[in-house]
Design a protein around this ligand. Sequence first.
Ligand code: ATP
Ligand code: MG
Length: 415
Amino acid sequence: MEQLQTLRGMVDLLPEAIGSWQQLESKAREHFRRACVKEIRTPLLEATELFARGIGEATDVVGKEMYSFADRGDRSCTLRPEGTACVVRAAIQHGLLSQGPQRLWYGGPMFRYERPQAGRQRQFHQIGLEFLGFEGANSDVEAITIAWDFLLDLGLTNLKLEINSLGTATDRLNYRAALVGWLEQHKHQLDADSQARLNINPLRILDSKNPQTRELLLDAPSLSDALGEESGKRFDLVKEGLSALQIPFVVNPRLVRGLDYYGHTAFEIISTDLGAQATVCGGGRYNGLVEQLGGPSTPCIGWAMGLERLVLLLKAVDEQSEAAPVVYVVSQGAMAESMALFAARELRQAGHTVELDHSGAGFSKQLKRASRSKANWAVLIGETEAQSGQFQLKNLNTNTSSLVDQFQLIKLLEC
Ligand code: ATP
Ligand code: MG
């Protein structure tokens, strides 16, 4: 029979890989907790209209990448490709916005039908932060700072923060006219995708990954020249705020975000240690989205990080922190085995990480497994030890053994 396999772009996370995921998730939780950001969990499946309205029909995500299908009641459903629209829907639906500004975070799988490659999957994982009801430039600075400090705390280096301002809707309209005018003159030099975008979503051309188009765009009119005075002032405040916190950044006037709902601050955090898929965090301000989804006018800023890309970066860091047991319990014989269960339980209740060998194999075999497990200690219980209640405690780093009373075990391991 042919073996069943995961679908293309869908990835199993096997036990050996889980260490870095748990490390990431718990660190993220800790950073959100310290910043008083509350978790929200929304369904993986939403009405297709949410994303069509929330992200924009002309984006790659909605146009090409969504997993959409009709359910048995013939409703068009979509596996969420991103979290922001879902969080905003939930906030509107449950009246969270009438309770004052909300600092929220989410985490979990997202689905996009893309070409899989390193750091790009069809089911991937994000954590994201959304500040709903925050207007001032300082909230942009706080949101970026939380992302930056989390990444630093993971031990990541070679990170680059790029920021830009997309200004107001009017600024973007003015710029759009200037950009389209310029692009029309260079149309024949654009790649096919960018040519197609020229009339639907010209700003997205700035986001093109085609090297020739990127080169050409170096001479295109810059969004910063089209920024109105107020937008410029606001952008200055964000830059000053980051500088005051000594968070290094570069202004990238070509930075536009893939989704339609951004205005004013847009930013990305890029790792120079990753290949083509270098962006680990992307975000920005989306003041129009809540209204677009039927809620009250609400200024917002948020970001999302791709965990697969962080895990790739963390591989080296993770190897040292692999959750090895501290104690490996070896036993032989019925009475010894039940005492081993008892000892393991007590040690775990005292907070130790304990692996229990159930093989019933000879001591030397079990001990070999103990050293392979990277535990620091092995506890040996044979018939004699079971009778006397005196267990052998072996230090696996120094290969020295001593006899210890079963009730003294916990105390000894604590020192
Ligand atoms: P990219 O330009 O890499 O496609 P994006 O602009 O589509 O990114 P966002 O929608 O801003 O990405 O999502 C935020 C983050 O989620 C990205 O910076 C990236 O780290 C991660 N991400 C996005 N799509 C994928 C994917 N298909 N597989 C793995 N991670 C992804
Ligand atoms: Mg993308």
